[in-house]
Design a protein around this ligand. Structure first.
Ligand code: IVH
Length: 687
């Protein structure tokens, strides 16, 4: 009797259903984690997942190793089991010379080794990013993920399968491959936004913060408790192979990466086939320019000879392949001396300890100030004036001091204390009960807060007053010429020209931009007021909903809660702001000074057609007639949102001339791409 016959009908049905569920769930996990383009709502996914869990609980014999329910299971380990690599995990030579010579030297060595004459055509290379994480070997047996190991010393690594399985991007079963053995090698890393969010959670909880994404990723992979590992959001990119049995290799490295992507593995789209040294240099420079805007850290570019046959001819020297090299970028972490700790007072009065550093070149710029976040974190890191500290500047994140080099201090340095009085105005410093932040209680009496309030009001996304920068605001406030927002509009040439270093010409220019700023929008005005919790997006939602400032000023918390994305905390903050007489007075004075914006309508009164309600659009490149801001305004007026980056959540990408990587990403994800005419059709509700 066959096995199938011995099963009851219900069990047979359960088996088929479980199989179908596994396939559906794995397919959607690939769309979600790897292609970043889900087609199934999360709630639906969860429902199917729970159905599979229930089936497996009722019929444990149906459990398979590629079941998505098997990702976050496992016991706390006492240690990791050593595993000998079938094929050694070697490292590659590093060109620390960050200039083009790094690429030229490599190309020359390759050409010499291959005995190419000077007039022979350029060598073809695969160039890709050097991810800053840790190397992992994924062993797939008959297409199933059997074991994941760290690099270790290159010969022997550690079995970290439990933790690696928690990474949603890593397929438990390869698509369309059942070869006896395929080992995939790649880098486990942590995205910057995941890292920042993790640290913010730690900071809020008063826990220890992590130094950088790489160390955090490495720590997570070697975490003995898989439940803890699962809470550290990790990502993965495949970049090569280990042992292979029963699978025909493509002819080139780039072909190999294409094949890995087809198997369902994440492969980074930022890669190219480069011809000769010139091609390598161009890619190194292009990615260097893009480095800050990448969602993860890279520390260089890896060049590989593209032909696998040539790779074999080149072979290895002292355990490093002759066919590959890492070409570095300037470091994003550097050591320097902490000269002093100063206190900075923010717009809302928050006091932040700021490190005054011996200037150091890090992440592409010279840094002399870095944040220390708050006094508790500063203490936890144990940094004191005079220490050698590690400064990190990566992407567009504010430079920060992440730690210090532990060595004996030459002399006693007192611990840092938060001042009891605001260094800018002498008002009492207060700390919310149990909170981490200290703040000045002086409000707009405090010149530091006043300066920040003026700068915020004048900012590009608020009233956009050109020429009103840090230095001028310092002068205006310190000289007593401006004590409040309306004071800006009472300035005249005579008063301004009296300021040091202020030429008549610049005075006139500033008055001109002040005059221009008077024609504004309600959204910009509201954002410019600097109401706590009201960012640009909320200001726009409020403007759209209320249509005018009077309705908003008199709105109750209940009414405010009707506005999209406004919750109780935001509603309360808005209500409190407008309940204060001096704030109403500021608004009256600004209106009296001539500030105007188109009023009327408002979604509360009447809802105009909102063809883009709930839709997210991304703008890229230059449109023929609409400016970026104009397009944004039109989209928002139609109920849509404009986002800065293309993702699975993007509904449309509007592309103009010289559209760049956002357009590539849109195509990759199969999103709808429109030109300006297409956008206009959408706005008119025609599409
Ligand atoms: S290829 C034999 N490609 O950099 C060649 N490595 O020493 C093996 N890395 O430990 C490495 N991005 O962890 C390669 N695109 C990439 C990489 C990469 C990061 C890491 C890898 C390795 C080290 C090279």
């Amino acid at each position: 009797m066959s096995q199938t016959d011995s099963r009851s009908d219900t069990e047979q049905l359960a088996c088929e259903r479980a199989q179908a569920l596994r396939e559906t769930l794995n397919h959607h996990a690939h769309l979600y984690y790897v292609l970043d383009a889900p087609t199934l709502p999360d709630a639906e996914y969860d429902k199917l997942f729970q159905e599979l869990q229930a089936l497996e609980a009722a019929y444990p014999q149906l459990l398979t190793p590629d079941s998505p329910t098997q990702r976050v299971l496992g016991k706390v380990l006492e240690g990791f089991t050593p595993v000998r690599h079938a094929v050694a995990m070697l490292s590659i030579r590093t060109e620390t010379d960050t200039e083009p010579t790094g690429a030229l030297n490599f190309d020359q060595r390759v050409r010499k080794q291959l005995e190419l004459s000077d007039d022979a055509p350029p060598v073809e290379y695969a160039a890709e990013l050097k991810f800053d994480g840790l190397a992992i070997n994924l062993r797939y047996v008959q297409g199933l993920l059997k074991q994941a190991t760290t690099r270790g010393d290159g010969e022997t690594g550690e079995d970290v399968t439990q933790n690696i399985k928690t990474i949603g991007q890593i397929p438990l079963r390869l698509i369309g491959v059942s070869a006896p053995v395929i080992e995939v090698r790649g880098e486990v890393y942590m995205r910057r936004d995941d890292f920042e969010a993790l640290n913010e959670r730690q900071r809020q909880a008063g826990g220890k913060t992590f130094v950088n994404p790489r160390n955090t990723a490495a720590g997570a992979v070697r975490q003995l408790d898989p439940a803890l590992a699962a809470q550290r959001p990790l990502s993965f990119y495949a970049y090569g192979l280990g042992e292979v049995q029963g699978w025909d290799l493509p002819a080139t490295h780039s072909g190999l990466l294409d094949a890995l992507a087809k198997m369902g593995l994440p492969v980074c789209a930022d890669r190219t086939i480069a011809l000769g040294a010139a091609g390598l240099v161009a890619f190194h420079q292009a990615m260097g320019a893009k480095r800050d805007s990448l969602p993860f850290d890279i520390d260089g570019i890896v060049y590989k000879v593209n032909s696998l046959a040539l790779q074999q001819r080149l072979g290895f020297v002292s355990r490093e392949p002759r066919w590959a090299v890492a070409h570095k970028y300037p470091a994003q972490e550097m050591l320097t001396r902490l000269n002093a700790i100063e206190i900075q007072v923010g717009r809302t009065g928050k006091l932040t300890p700021v490190a005054k550093l011996e200037p150091v070149f890090v992440g592409g710029t010279t840094v002399s100030n870095a944040t220390l976040h708050n006094v508790f974190e500063l203490r936890r890191k144990g940094v004191r004036v005079g220490d050698q500290v590690i400064v990190r500047r990566a992407g567009d994140v504010i430079p920060e001091v992440v730690g210090r080099v532990v060595e004996l201090r030459a002399s006693y340095v007192p611990n840092f204390h938060m001042p009891r009085e605001c260094p800018a105005c002498g008002s009492a410093v207060v700390r919310e009960k149990g909170g981490l932040n200290h703040s000045c209680s002086g409000g707009l009496f405090c010149p530091a807060q006043r300066k920040q309030a003026l700068l915020h009001f004048a900012g590009r996304r608020a009233l956009d007053i050109e020429g009103l920068g840090d230095k001028l605001v310092d002068q205006l406030v310190d000289s007593g010429l401006v004590t409040s927002l309306p004071g800006l509009y009472k300035l005249g040439v005579a008063k301004l020209s009296a300021l040091e270093r202020m030429a008549d010409r610049s005075a006139l220019n500033l008055l001109d931009s002040l005059e221009k700023s008077k024609q504004t929008t309600l959204a910009r005005f509201l954002f410019g007021l600097g109401i706590r919790q009201v960012g640009e997006a909320t200001a726009k939602d409020l403007a759209r909903y209320f249509g005018g400032i009077d309705a908003l000023m008199d709105a109750s918390v209940e009414q405010l809660l009707q506005v999209r994305d406004v919750g109780p905390i935001v509603a309360q903050s808005i209500q409190t702001f407008f309940a204060q007489a001096h704030n109403r007075e500021v608004i009256e004075q600004l209106r009296a000074a001539g500030l105007t914006w188109p009023e009327g309508g408002g979604a509360a009164a009447e809802t105009g057609p909102q063809p883009l309600l709930g839709k997210t659009l991304v703008l890229t490149g230059t449109l023929p007639t609409l400016s970026r801001d104009a397009a944004k305004d039109l989209i928002e007026a139609a109920g849509g949102k404009v986002s800065g980056s293309v993702s699975k959540k993007t509904h449309y990408v509007v592309a103009g001339e010289e559209a760049g990587s956002k357009l590539d990403k849109a195509r990759e994800l199969g999103l709808t791409v429109l030109d300006e005419a297409g956008l206009q059709a959408l706005l008119a509700g025609a599409a």
